[in-house]
Write a protein that binds this ligand. Sequence first.
Ligand SMILES: [Fe+2]
Length: 465
Amino acid sequence: MLTGTGHRSRGGRTSKLSPAAWLYVAAVVAAVAVLGQALDADPDLDGPVHQAWVMAVLALLFLICDSAPTTLASRQSAWSPSSSATLAAVVLVGPVGALVVGASSLLSVRRGLDLTQRVFNASMYGLSAWAAGEAYLALGGQVGHPSHQSFPGIIGPFAVAAVVQVSLNHGLLWGMLMLVPPAEPGQPAGALQRHLPMLFFSDLGYATLGLLIAALWSVGGAFAAILVLVPLFVARWAIGQFAAQERAYAATMAALCQAVETKDCYTRGHSERVSRGSAMIAREVGMRGRRVEAIRYAGMLHDVGKLGVPTTVLQKNGALSEEEYAAIQLHPMRGLAIVREIGFLDEALAGIMHHHERMDGRGYPMGLAGDEIPEFARVIAVADAFDAMTSNRSYRGARSIEEAIADLRKWSGTQFDPALVEAFVAALRREGWEQPQPAAMPPADSMAGQDHDDPTAPLRVVQSR
Ligand SMILES: [Fe+2]
């Protein structure tokens, strides 16, 4: 199941909960507290002593899994194969017993979890396990040790119970993460959302081990729980490998951006903002899922080709020679060469390669016009120019957001795609825009040349004879 991690930022501070997040936590905890009242009334728990023994063993299995979750790429969430313990409880001891097993997460042996996070996790698990149990009963599932005659009839109610539990668990955690800001500034947002489908089906797959535990219990008793520990930890290891690969991927992106920003002092934070602006436009025009994620990465790395342009050219004050201008015009191609092997979607590569094309065909490197320009490139061009205009440059101050919008509209149709400009304006009006701090302005005498992204001050080129 998915769990919150209470991940701390590098500065050591945890994100403070907003009033909305507190309300959310309170609602989930209150729901479980109300259900907890049913403990006394549940006939399934009035049975012989072995019910308590089964619950204790399953709670221990749950705690073992929940105490060693594997951290996911977003670092604010983690995954463990604990769903099989609560689903085994659904079959063996019923909904309230499953609730108790899920709520045992309160005792999870994990560092970094504060009390709020523990109470939320325990309530989330308890609630989703109880709902799974109710769904199981509603569909005719029998509580107790499954026998030979229980199959195949038990499979349907159990499968629905697994879907209910996993859906509630993922939905409740996703809701919480939506209300909590990312712990790491600059962390690529949406990492959890991108992997939710994969984690959903993984959880469903490992949840079937719950039925296996329940079925084996009749034969091996508590040893059933011990037997499944091996496949459960193999599952944890596999998901952990995937998450580590994702983190390495994100770190590669961050390192490339850092390299570009180190080389060209103008671009501090520029890549991040172009990435954010591109995603805003993408969502506004109806892109979803992997395409939004791909354009986010493409926006982040759109100028990575600057690594292949001499620093003296990037930081040159005054007009450029034709050779120097040609070197700058080569940066989209160099960018493509650098990231080609990373495993991007083709659209993201096209976005990087063509982000300086213009609608009138006067851009570079290919001189494409109108719809010949890939959509990703047209999106990035708008976000790129907007951020360049609203950032300080040594030769001019930052334009206001309204001035920059007016400029985008002025060049709409000639330089920018009009539909994407209007989509960006609509997204800006709704979501706002955080301009870089004035302190980011480089001193006027620093080695900082003209910004090639700035449409208000195109690069000047000395014509050779
Ligand atoms: Fe560029």
